[in-house]
Ligand binder design. Structure first.
Ligand code: V0V
Length: 141
């Protein structure tokens, strides 16, 4: 079903501060940054190559407002690992297979993710306590 781990998402209270730590202290490269109002996040991708390269990336997720998914997560759990994202070739096909196997997906249809990707999520209660994201990369990746 899956190609590889696409990224691991960390909830952070302050995006600039988290980018600074990940680039200046840990030595990752900042590859991409965008605001996604539908998801309520300001986010950044870090890694060693381009977005969509074979190696998994680190996604920093800061809330645009307190009642967003990341805002609630920070309230409940504090900063840290919020999600694991698996890359797929055909997200519609993978969602259909997972639904058939009893996994609840959060959206009826995939929504827009980083850099024009299509995304959906398996509920953490159906995925061993992990918020599992499915990512079909956007054109050009
Ligand atoms: C909640 N729970 C989690 C969790 N968030 N468990 C593991 N990892 C997480 N991230 C647990 C929570 O502790 C509860 O456990 C239980 O799930 C039910 O929670 P709920 O009342 O439904 O909680 P909410 O209202 O916080 O919603 C959780 C969900 C929400 C997962 C439904 O965060 C969501 O819609 N997430 C998908 C969208 C998202 O995360 N967007 C931001 C990233 P107990 O206490 O009942 O045991 S945007 C992104 O990734 C982009 C743009 C991209 O990659 O391209």
């Amino acid at each position: 079903l899956f190609i590889c781990v696409d990224h691991v998402g960390l909830a952070v209270p302050d995006l600039d501060e988290a980018i600074h730590f990940h680039t200046e202290v840990l030595g990752w490269r900042l590859l991409h940054r965008e605001t996604n109002p539908e998801q309520g996040v300001e986010e950044a991708m870090l890694g060693t190559g381009a977005v969509g390269a074979e190696s998994a990336q680190i996604q920093l997720l800061a809330p645009l407002k307190p009642d967003s998914a990341i805002g609630k997560f920070l309230d409940r759990s504090g900063p840290g690992l919020q999600q694991m994202a698996y890359r797929v070739t055909d997200i519609d096909a993978v969602c259909a297979v997972l639904r058939e196997r009893g996994v609840r997906l959060l959206y009826d249809e995939p929504r827009r993710g980083t850099a024009g990707s299509r995304i959906n999520f398996a509920h953490p209660k159906d995925a061993g306590g992990v918020l599992l994201e499915l990512v079909e990369p956007g054109a050009g990746h």
